[in-house]
Ligand binder design. Structure first.
Ligand SMILES: Nc1nc2c(ncn2[C@@H]2O[C@H](COP(=O)(O)OP(=O)(O)OP(=O)(O)O)[C@@H](O)[C@H]2O)c(=O)[nH]1
Length: 535
């Protein structure tokens, strides 16, 4: 080493920096990150620990390592010589400490014991072998403080910044944190270790005027932890189960949000999320409604709306409030004629309307089979709760029997082979542009009903994807889960179908106070705090 040209260059300060600390705290990785600029994936970093020391000989054999050892700190040219050591407490490190200029004392932020050993063992050892050498304390593996590594975190809680900071203060040494994974703090550690070494050298070699600008080790800028990823909402790719539950929900329409009126008297309750994710026609219909009446609208502005409308505050049904004055109507909305008349009482006798109807949208020009749509407070026939509902009046040609079968298909993706009114069903499927249903009917008529299984499969696959989309965007959602780190919009009908607990809440078996303090599901759900709105 003594033959290195750095020793011959004037004004280049060679600094021997010894890196010590417990086994597996990350010394070797830290040294490699500085000396060789190695970047590793988290997977590589987490792979089993192999006890190693980074070979000091690298400075002789590897040109890149030698070049990277050169640095300029506070206008001083330095050559940084890193010495890796074994972490075993009983090993003899006196050779490593000999003639050292600075000691980088490492512990792992994910391992409180390694910090404990800083005080009980490492600092004492350093003071014993090189009492005048400056020391820098380094918390390695900083990313593990924020990582979602259940096992690691549970086994040994990562250290918060305060504790090691207090340690460092007591020992009178500077403190830095690093993550090789996030490439954070590596330069901070070594630049400031160099500073500490140079300051100490300046005391001894006061004639070295080029050291006069060297600063004391600086404070480290805080690490900005990465934002937690949004929660992953999993929807089974092809939900084969759940069809019975969906059919049940249609028969017992808890938390229904749409009411079909057929032939001016027949009333069928349903759920927008089921219809919109099974049929483009209904998707368009309900989305148009959202756009037309922004006050009620869900869709993209769902989150905001949920916090406004469903937090128990009175809902305004005044159409004038629904669009700010001077706001242009969407071209789509202009296709319909709108009137503010209240249809609920006069035109649909027998309705248990609780409030007045909002703006009515005439749909006959938009599509065959539909007459008009408006929003109205309605009583749910099962829970007896009053809530806003989309009331859709169907064309008189739409017969209740086939329409019910059509809805069953939209909820389950299945069609009973024994269906009697196949002709009526084919007609209504044609009118409402539900071509997969029409094809199913044709298959039954052609005695090829076995082919319908494939249609059902494709249907459920498509539906699952659409549900995923609606979940991620909050479209048609009617419930918001408030979590510690944000809110998730969801759909009560879907939840009710997959979780009896939710159904119990909806029929009122639980009181709100209990709901607030109960975890959501029995399946180890991560939610611990949630609020059901609109209770
Ligand atoms: N997540 C994460 N893991 C790290 C980091 N640094 C090191 N590791 C991992 O921690 C383990 C120990 O790292 P080493 O650098 O080998 O530890 P060491 O202190 O040199 O260990 P000894 O050679 O036994 O003294 C390895 O599996 C590394 O991949 C880091 O910044 N983040």
């Amino acid at each position: 080493m003594d033959t290195d040209m750095d020793y011959e260059r004037p004004n280049v300060e060679t600094i021997k920096c010894v890196v010590v600390g417990d086994n597996a705290v990350g010394k070797t990785r830290l040294i490699c990150a500085r000396a060789c600029n190695t970047t590793l994936t988290q997977y590589q970093l987490l792979a089993t620990h192999v006890p190693t020391v980074w070979a000091i000989d690298q400075y002789r054999v590897c040109q890149e390592v030698l070049e990277r050892s050169r640095d300029v700190v506070d206008e001083v040219s330095v050559s940084l010589r890193l010495w890796d050591t074994f972490g075993d407490h009983h090993k003899d490190r006196r050779f490593a400490y000999g003639r050292s200029d600075v000691v980088v004392l490492c512990f792992s932020i994910a391992n409180p014991n390694s910090l404990h050993h800083v005080k009980t063992m490492w600092h004492q050892e350093i003071k014993h072998f090189c009492p005048r050498t400056p020391v820098v304390l380094v918390g390695c593996q900083l990313d593990l403080r924020y990582a979602d590594l259940e096992a690691v975190n549970r086994a040994r809680r990562p250290l918060a910044r305060k504790r090691p900071e207090r340690f460092a203060k007591e020992l009178g040494i500077p403190y830095y944190e690093t993550s090789v994974f996030d490439q954070f703090g590596i330069k901070d550690v070594f630049d400031n270790a160099i500073r500490a070494a140079l300051i100490s050298r300046r005391h001894l070699q006061f004639w070295k005027s080029h050291l006069k600008k060297v600063q004391k080790p600086l404070l480290q800028a805080p690490f900005l932890p990465p934002k937690a990823p949004p929660p992953v909402i999993k929807v089974p790719e092809c939900p084969s189960t759940g069809t019975n539950e969906a059919a049940c929900l249609l028969d017992n329409p808890l938390c229904a949000d749409v009411l079909f009126i057929l032939q001016d008297q027949e009333r069928i309750f349903a759920h927008r999320i089921y219809l919109a994710t099974s049929s483009s026609k209904f998707y368009d219909l309900f989305l148009m409604e959202c756009e037309e009446t922004p006050h009620w609208s869900e869709g993209a502005c769902e989150q905001e709306k949920q916090s406004r409308d469903f937090q128990g505050r009175p809902l305004s049904l005044d159409p004038d409030e629904e669009r700010e004055e001077g706001t242009p109507r969407t071209p789509q909305a202009d296709q319909w004629t709108s009137s503010s008349q209240n249809l609920s009482q006069q035109e649909t006798p027998g309705l248990e309307a609780e409030g007045s109807a909002a703006e009515t949208q005439t749909l006959s020009g938009w599509s065959k089979g539909f007459v008009a749509m408006h929003k109205e407070m309605q009583v749910n026939p099962i829970s007896k709760r009053v809530g806003p509902m989309t009331v859709v009046r169907m064309d008189p040609s739409v017969q209740p029997g086939p329409f019910r079968t059509l809805l069953q298909f939209l909820y389950t993706g299945q069609l009973d082979e024994k269906e009697r009114d196949l002709v009526g069903l084919a007609q209504i499927a044609e009118v409402l542009e539900m071509f997969d249903l029409r094809m199913m009917v044709e298959n039954i008529m052609n005695k090829e009903a076995f082919m319908n299984q494939e249609i059902t499969k494709a249907f459920t696959y498509r539906k699952a994807n659409r549900i995923k989309e609606c979940l991620s965007k909050g479209t048609f959602s009617d419930v918001t889960f408030k979590l510690d780190d944000g809110a998730i919009s969801a759909h009560k009908p879907l939840l009710i179908c997959s979780c009896k607990w939710m159904a119990a809440i909806e029929v009122g078996a639980f009181r709100k106070a209990q709901v607030d303090s109960q975890p959501l599901c029995h399946q180890g759900s991560p939610f611990t705090v949630f609020l059901i709105l609109q209770l």
